[in-house]
Design a protein around this ligand. Structure first.
Ligand SMILES: [Zn+2]
Ligand SMILES: [Zn+2]
Length: 418
């Protein structure tokens, strides 16, 4: 290894303390003198000097000092709160291959073979799970300014528990939002979440897909009923596929990455007896390493991160966080503009069951919304995060529509903050 000695810009070596070899030699001389009775009183640090009776022990001593220094920053890099995460992260990706239409025919509700349904998508038009009992045009208008909302995204989120087989075997959540940024904050009604469910036995899809081949696309005959007319083509967000991965997996990848960098740093400063003997390192080097390493390692993850940024740093491009009915899993961008804790999230108005957090849209999605096929979003179209709360009873309705409104809270970024 090359010398760790630092040079100043003029190219001259900076003043350095005694080298570890000099220190070692000094201690060992003292130790030998004491053993031979030439020293009456031994140094105050007798046990410390004992450790320097040979180079290997001195090496161990120096390395243990470095390790001790590293420990606190290691715990800081891997905070325990993420290690138990049950959250899935959603990322948006442009559709590859056959284009948007082919993608939709294959993986959305346009395909009668529901075993092919996957994740969800952002933009274009909604694809209705129940094409027979559509939402009214009225519910898709902003409650604040009364203009029609834009379709933002939909995710397929079926309930696996047997008690939901008769009503939540298929389940899709839709999100719509107003283009006017003034309507977005809190629960003003500029964002609307709709939940649509079907039992295993239903009159839209077969209960079993056994007869269908793995990748057979069976286009819905009722496709015509998938009425998109209310979504003017000039008012569509750009289209993206949503792919999901568990936060734990992402954490593992991210940890491996950080751990690799961390180990590289440690490798650089590890002291060996050979290095001491070869006089490759100085006392100053050891001191410098011990004072700068924690900083260098911390910089990798950002020392002054807020909880929000720390958690997001695991996968910076996450656009969606999904964690059905796990209380407190919402990640707020700030402590301001959160739902009123006293009032709480309103109960389901249909069955009076509590509503609990299911998913949130992250501000990272904003980067993708005003792309090539711009919908002409104003510059102040912005949100911190959009949290969606759904009925834990997953109730259904016999009314004309099978699309039930759920509770949404939009947290704007605190004023003057990023
Ligand atoms: Zn509005
Ligand atoms: Zn309900």
């Amino acid at each position: 290894m090359a010398s760790l000695a630092t040079k100043d810009p003029a190219g001259q070596e900076t003043a350095q303390g005694p080298s570890p070899l000099e220190t070692f030699t000094k201690y060992r001389t003292q130790l030998l003198a004491w053993k031979q009775g030439k020293l009456d009183s031994f140094s105050k640090n007798a046990s410390l000097v004992e450790k320097h009776s040979n180079l290997q022990q001195y090496e161990q001593y120096l390395n243990s000092k470095i390790t001790k220094k590293l420990k606190p920053c290691q715990t800081k890099i891997f905070p325990s709160e993420i290690n138990s995460s049950k959250t899935d992260l959603g990322f948006v990706e442009p559709v590859e291959g056959g284009g948007d239409a082919a993608f939709l025919l294959e993986t959305s509700h346009l395909n009668k073979n529901w075993s092919m349904w996957d994740g969800g998508f952002v933009g274009r038009k909604p694809c209705w799970l129940d094409p027979k009992r559509l939402p009214s045009a009225e519910v898709l208008k902003c409650k604040s300014c009364k203009t029609p909302m834009l379709f933002l995204l939909q995710i397929y989120a079926p309930l696996d528990a047997p008690e939901f087989e008769n009503r939540g075997f298929h389940r899709t959540l839709y999100l719509f939002c107003c283009k006017n940024p003034k309507c977005l904050s809190g629960d003003k009604g500029g964002i609307c979440a709709l939940r649509c469910q079907l039992g295993k036995e239903n009159d839209c899809y077969l209960s079993a897909t056994d007869g269908m081949s793995e990748d057979e696309v069976v286009v819905m005959e009722e496709q015509g009923a998938n009425d998109f007319s209310m979504f003017d083509s000039a008012l569509q967000f750009p289209f993206f596929e949503i792919v999901t991965e568990s936060e734990l997996d992402c954490l593992q990848d991210s940890n491996e990455d950080i751990m690799k960098k961390f180990n590289e740093q440690v490798e650089k400063v590890t002291i060996t007896a050979d290095k001491i003997k070869g006089d490759e390192i100085t006392g100053e080097d050891v001191k410098e390493v011990m004072s700068t390493l924690p900083k260098a390692v911390n910089d990798g993850v950002g020392k002054s991160m807020t909880f929000f940024h720390h958690r997001v740093s695991v996968a910076k491009d996450q656009c969606l966080r999904y964690s059905r009915w796990e209380d407190g899993e919402e990640l707020w961008t700030s402590t301001e503009n959160r739902p009123d804790v006293l009032r709480g999230v309103p109960l389901c108005p249909r069955c009076n069951s509590p509503r609990r957090f299911e998913f949130q849209v992250m501000p990272q999605l904003l980067f993708h919304l005003d792309g090539e096929n711009s919908v002409g979003l104003s510059n102040d179209f912005d949100f911190g995060t959009i949290a969606v709360y759904t009925c834990t009873n997953s109730c259904t309705s016999n009314s004309a529509t099978n699309y039930l409104e759920e509770y949404v809270w939009c947290q704007q970024m605190a004023a003057g903050k990023e």
